[in-house]
Design a protein around this ligand. Sequence first.
Ligand code: MD3
Ligand code: FE
Length: 201
Amino acid sequence: MLRGFRHIRGYFKDPQQLELLEEIRRIIAQAPLFSPAMPRTGKPFSVQMTNAGALGWVSDISGYRYQDRHPETAEPWPPLPATLRALWRDVADWPGDPEACLINYYGQGTRMGSHVDRDESDFSAPVVSVSLGDDAIFHVGGLRRSDPKTRIVLSSGDVAVLGGSARKAYHGIDRIIPGSSDLLTEGGRFNLTLRRVTTYQ
Ligand code: MD3
Ligand code: FE
């Protein structure tokens, strides 16, 4: 496996993960989940998304990008919750602040195909991920799509830190395991990813 991948099981425990979930629900009340579309084809992703922070990741027929407003409401994204700023300071081992928190919602049957996150300008910063709700089968490979993959179960409260060479690795979500957590009343899974977007210094 690539260097720079760290999986911290159960970082957020009970009642902390419920408080974090409530923060996410407040963000969604202000910045509703939207279904991004694939560039060129306009085919919708099965994952629904929204963001918090100065910048948010969006995708539509014209491409992938970060922007400072919600694509449907045209409002600025809600601020990054203090809990997530504190998480970044604790685990990122990087001097700058995160600028974006992408929130992905996976309902039953949702997956995310293998891809590399390359829309950020600063690849020296890690991506920090938090899982809430049902377990997910996550895969991470290497710098080429054909490189061998390692599969890991990401459970509610787990944090993953993707730094170093892992930052440029292919990765994705094979499937969500229904009924594996009762944190979300509606079922499914939220994944939060904290990101630095612009270059630091
Ligand atoms: C490995 N999200 O939002 S989180 C994504 O569970 C994304 O929603 C997945 O891939 C999810 O782009 C996986 C763990 C993760 C996040 C970013 C990475 C793994 C990564 C960036 C580089 C390498
Ligand atoms: Fe990704």
